[in-house]
Design a protein around this ligand. Structure first.
Ligand SMILES: Nc1ncnc2c1ncn2[C@@H]1O[C@H](COP(=O)(O)OP(=O)(O)OP(=O)(O)O)[C@@H](O)[C@H]1O
Length: 305
């Protein structure tokens, strides 16, 4: 069964339609990247899943149960990490988790066991200081422990890496990748390389619609419009190469940047042959020549154009 199923979801703020009948599913134990520019509607979608906002149309189901605005029934299945998690700064991590566990109705034994497991998972088992002294990365990691305390079936994280340095980002991505064994992860981001590293599925939200949605590997395979990148020691070599009659059929697909050129084509093989013939014909020697696979960044830019 899919952990999350969204069908025809619509949300308007006044005359502004933020979500216009979007539909997607998130399969169990997947890591789903929810991508979009600032203001695309990612947080709005998450709040709708949590029943914190009222939809103007459509349905949301968490493990088959419908989400109803204002009711928190389905939230027993969901853990949520907001973009800026708030804590009681005077508490230590274990104290904070104890409080959260008590509010959630967990037994003392379960709180102790879960806290130990989760603080170990996020590398905070040795953190003895008060939360007010935590770095942003430590706070995000603590936020994940709180969101996972009740063993939710779906973990929703709103831009969990956007405020972190590269080391903090790497640590957090590793944690999200690991927790997929216990739950399903839906996280929003505009850092495409983060999504590329750990997501098996993505959706790109743009102007109220899903510009792209599906398995990342499949999307990449479909976008087989590859590019051949060639660099030379000088721009003069580039001019000489592009003047070759072998490259004439590809002129409309050639991008020149100083001493480098990129040729894009849906079928890269004939391009390779043409470039090799042109290099040989002109007696040119490139510094570098490589086929560039489609990146998520390239795919994203194309989707939102
Ligand atoms: N309560 C509200 N009232 C009116 N407009 C709102 C409200 N909440 C969000 N919006 C608008 O809805 C749009 C989507 O906002 P949302 O916060 O969901 O985007 P986002 O994709 O999460 O952006 P970001 O990446 O910047 O966090 C924006 O234009 C925003 O101004």
């Amino acid at each position: 069964m899919d952990t999350l199923c969204i069908e025809g979801l619509t949300k308007k703020f006044g005359a502004h339609t933020v979500l216009d009948e979007i539909s997607f599913t998130v399969p169990e134990h997947s890591v789903f990247g929810f991508l979009g520019q600032n203001g695309a509607g990612k947080t709005t979608t998450m709040k709708l899943i949590l029943g914190l906002l009222k939809a103007d149309g459509g349905q949301i189901r968490v493990l088959g149960e419908p989400v109803t605005y204002g009711q928190t029934k389905t939230n027993r299945l969901v853990g949520y990490l907001p973009d800026v998690p708030e804590f009681y700064g005077y508490m230590k991590p274990a104290e904070y988790l104890k409080l959260c566990g008590e509010i959630a109705g967990l037994s003392k034994k379960e709180i102790a066991r879960r806290s130990e497991e989760l603080l170990h998972l996020v590398g905070l088992e040795e953190a003895r200081k008060k939360i007010s002294g935590f770095s942003r990365g430590m706070k995000q990691r603590l936020g994940i422990t709180q969101a996972l305390l009740t063993r939710p079936k779906l973990l929703i994280c709103d831009e969990p890496t956007s405020a972190l340095d590269p080391v903090g980002r790497r640590e957090l991505l590793n944690i999200l990748h690991q927790v997929r064994e216990q739950t399903t992860v839906l996280f929003s981001t505009h850092i495409l390389s983060d999504a590329e590293q750990i997501c098996d599925r993505i959706a790109v939200l743009h102007q109220g619609n899903l510009a792209l949605c599906g398995e990342l590997s499949r999307i990449k395979a479909q976008k087989s419009a590859n590019a051949l990148f060639v660099s030379f020691a000088s721009a003069a070599d580039v001019s000489e190469l592009t003047a070759s009659p072998y490259l004439l059929p590809y002129c409309s697909q050639i991008e020149v940047q100083g001493s480098c050129l990129t040729i894009r084509s849906t079928d890269i093989k004939p391009v390779q042959q043409a470039v090799l013939s042109a290099l040989y014909g002109k007696g040119l020697f490139p510094l570098k020549m490589e086929i560039q696979e489609p990146t998520l960044e390239g795919i994203f830019m194309e989707a939102i154009q």
